[in-house]
Design a protein around this ligand. Structure first.
Ligand code: TYM
Length: 353
């Protein structure tokens, strides 16, 4: 149990946290259970989260309300909510150190999102690249309203916990920047309420690309399964996908952004091995693409296999996952409710006694 779980509130409406924990900056991040998490999710986000728990107070959420902004099969969604939780735990997120919870278990997320909606403009939300990309794929009238207001729910996620830092992949930077702008706007209009968050994006690996089309991001909701590696993929499938990954016809294994396919594979190698560019280039000097791909596939397998063993164990014991998530929800609700109440008061709503 983390020490701040049962913290009583102060007159300012902030939890009366123990001083040592107060001194730590706060992290919030989330992942949608809209597909099985990919190697892109792992490299760009989840692998970093476990490390951050040593230095920050962390809140990590399986953001199911974001997942339903696009159509989901109910049975699959339930399964993937557990699976995503199991993956986070297997990646080293420790419920004794961090709060891990499902977004819909904390109603304040939806409630603050509504408040933030009322303070946001169509212009601000229309500028979001992710929305523009989704809108480009469908007609204006059939695009979901939830997809349009997606970033205000994401802002609510972050602002409820006074998060200072939001570790995300490159694709989520614009959303975090909007959360920042919306926090500043709210504070300016109603008085200091929210911490203004900043994105934390890793130098290398913040955008892992599709293995078949290195011009586009590796994505768990992609139609073709050859472009991504799922965290649950078997060794054979990983080998097949890496060996058939698109590269150019060059010979040298060097970090050159112009050779997008190779650069992407080298980036994965770099993050998973923890080695520097020069060291990797030296190791593969005079070796061909085939040998490099084989070694990369084995490195991915070596990283994912122990996690898969743990994921399977968690998935065989969903009551254990329920227990962890219930504890996380209790902790998150306590903090989120106080912040929501504070924001309600600021805008002039009469809050429940
Ligand atoms: P989601 O579920 O798409 O992805 C979860 C995290 O993985 C990162 N990511 C990647 N990083 C590198 N390469 C890739 N190919 C790649 N694909 C995904 C994402 O950037 C993200 O950090 N909107 C968010 C979820 C969210 C959230 C939040 C995040 C909801 N509320 C509040 C932070 C704070 C999303 O769709 O992530």
């Amino acid at each position: 149990m983390v020490a701040f779980a049962a913290a009583p509130s102060t007159s300012q409406g902030t939890p009366n946290l123990n001083k040592k924990i107060m001194a730590k900056e706060i992290i919030f991040s989330g992942i949608k259970p809209s597909g099985v998490p990919t190697l892109g999710n792992y490299v760009g986000a989840i692998s970093k989260w476990a490390e951050l728990q040593q230095k920050y107070r962390c809140f990590f959420s399986v953001v199911d309300l974001h997942a339903i902004t696009v159509s989901q099969d109910p049975k699959e969604l339930r399964y993937r909510t557990y699976l995503t939780t199991a993956i986070m735990l297997a990646a080293g997120i420790d419920p004794k150190k961090s709060v891990i919870f499902v977004q819909s278990h904390v109603p304040a997320h939806s409630e603050l999102a509504w408040l933030i909606n009322t303070q946001s403009t169509m212009g601000e939300l229309s500028r979001m690249t992710q929305f523009k990309d989704a809108a480009a794929k469908t007609s204006k009238t059939s695009i979901g309203a939830g997809l349009f207001t997606y970033p205000t729910l994401m802002a609510a996620d972050i602002l409820l916990y006074d998060a200072h830092v939001v570790p995300v992949g490159d694709d989520q930077k614009q959303h975090v920047e909007l959360a920042r702008d919306l926090a500043q706007k709210f504070n300016h209009r109603f008085g200091k309420t929210f911490v203004v968050p900043k994105p934390l994006i890793r130098d290398s690996g913040a955008r892992i690309m599709d293995l078949q089309n290195p011009d586009k991001k590796m994505s768990k909701s992609d139609d073709s399964d050859r472009g991504y590696i799922l965290i649950t993929d078997s060794p054979d499938i990983i080998r097949k996908k890496i060996m058939s990954a698109v590269t150019d016809s060059g010979r040298n294994i060097v970090f050159n952004k112009k050779h997008k396919g190779l650069y992407n594979l080298l980036t994965i190698y770099q993050v998973l091995s923890g080695q520097g560019e020069k060291q990797i280039e030296k190791h593969f000097l005079n070796k061909g693409y085939g040998q490099f791909k084989q070694e990369l596939a084995e490195l991915i397998i070596k990283t994912l296999s122990p996690m898969q063993t743990q994921i399977n164990a968690y998935m065989k014991n969903t009551p254990r996952l329920d227990k962890i998530l219930a504890q996380g929800a209790r902790q998150a609700n306590q903090i989120a409710d106080l912040k929501l109440k504070e924001a309600y008061k600021k805008v002039g709503l009469v809050t429940k006694r």
